[in-house]
Design a protein around this ligand. Sequence first.
Ligand SMILES: Cc1cc2nc3c(=O)[nH]c(=O)nc-3n(C[C@H](O)[C@H](O)[C@H](O)COP(=O)(O)OP(=O)(O)OC[C@H]3O[C@@H](n4cnc5c(N)ncnc54)[C@H](O)[C@@H]3O)c2cc1C
Length: 495
Amino acid sequence: MRCGKVRLLFPLSSSSGNHDMTITRRSFLSASAAVALTPALGARALAAPLPREADIVVIGAGAAGIAAARRIVAQNRKVIVVEASGQVGGRCLTDSATFEVPFDRGARWIHNPDTNPMVRLARAAGLDIHTAPAGQKVRIGRRNARAGETEEFLAALVRANRAIDDASRGKIDVSCASALPKDLGDWAGTAEFVLGANFAGKDLKDISVIDKVRAQDRIAALACRQGLGTLIAKLAEGLPVSLSTPASRINWGSRDVTVDTSGGKITARAAVITVSSNVLAEGNIKFDSPIPKRYIDAAAKLSLGSYDRIALQLPGNPLGLSRDDIIIEQSTSTRTALLFANMGGSSLCSIDVAGSFGSDLAAQGERAMVAFAVEWLGKLFGSDAAAAVKKSSATRWNAAPYVLGAMSSAAPGSQPSRKILTDPIGCMFFAGEATHETLWGTVDGAWESGERAAEAALRRIGALRDTEPASSPAPVRRRRRVAPIRPAGPTGFFN
Ligand SMILES: Cc1cc2nc3c(=O)[nH]c(=O)nc-3n(C[C@H](O)[C@H](O)[C@H](O)COP(=O)(O)OP(=O)(O)OC[C@H]3O[C@@H](n4cnc5c(N)ncnc54)[C@H](O)[C@@H]3O)c2cc1C
């Protein structure tokens, strides 16, 4: 079967016996998600008492918050960043201590390198950027898929994407699941995993067709050798970031804004709020006076999906895989995962779980997650992976108190919620990945949203003159229409 219009992100390998075949087109596997603790902190916690005043206060030191702070500093205005957790980076978190190579517990891939600002920023910060893995395989039981089977799978993905595209042009916004062709046969479960859980951390029944189709293609091409968490921490160096300082209440009724934090009150002329949609919807930050209900509703409709990484150190290559191999399986259900093996030539492998299955598994705790990973690898490779595990670690983003999930996606009928969150409320401006119309669920989307909100705040306080209205959303990058397949980043094959 031919699927000549498929544009894959990486070459997809398939093999029969000893004859590995690499399909010479770019594979659909985009990045998948992972989590990490970044012990290597780039930003200094403020040693001095928390400043009481700033031109603009930024809440949250993830990608959006750091981008916003850098933009404000570039305009020679005084900023304070308050961060609830003990480190910079938010969902960009690199664990550089546990394993022999840095392990990105959150974002891992830099998509679309031609337009992604993180590439330039990483190079300017002196970090190493390298190309993402060059081959992915589909496993059917204990063997690799043959070329013809891989073609069938790709054709199934093309048809599924096309059906979602078609449905997005309908009168009402429906779920991606309702648009799927019913005859995907043996590939239905795998297509559901790749397009849903692995792309956005949610099952397709919970994702709006319009939101999915508006998402820019995520071509995972690059990664940062030191980790994306390390990158955000580096970019925060020199910024006034106060760690372990949760904001609890914001008073925005008067000309200024006052933020109550565990370190005291901060008064500023504007605030940029970058907390995740789940943190906002949970009401973890109180507002005096209350903000319009449509904002909280919008955040709830852009809830975070579930995406976690189970890291296993497997010395001696018991799976018999190559450096940076990426594997998915033909699965009859969503109880499946994505394997990224022998990272950077090390013995570290990550098994990514997502969607409702990943969420249920993560709720059972790290031990259950590791047990699943070992069982799953055993099923696919027949090796005694359990005996080989030297060290393990699993992320549990849903339980991370200041994030509460992985990445946002709109519920069916709720895509307009993204625009609602970009509207300012008085002197408050929301940012974060959930506020980006096309790059939601990505680091670059978060970064652009932070810059957009900072510029709007700067205009509000008269520090930036521009003919653009203050609330104008970040420039929407043109979505490439060449590929019906959109692998996801923590979301695609890669998140
Ligand atoms: C497992 C996983 C894999 C991923 N993979 C990729 C990938 O490969 N490529 C990609 O581009 N993207 C990926 N993503 C998505 C990407 O990580 C996010 O889109 C991006 O990092 C979000 O940044 P943000 O600044 O919007 O939010 P966050 O990173 O959540 O930052 C918000 C910050 O606010 C802080 N905060 C919360 N409450 C308070 C409070 N009350 N007071 C003060 N501070 C507070 C939080 O601690 C946090 O640091 C992945 C995400 C996950 C979870």
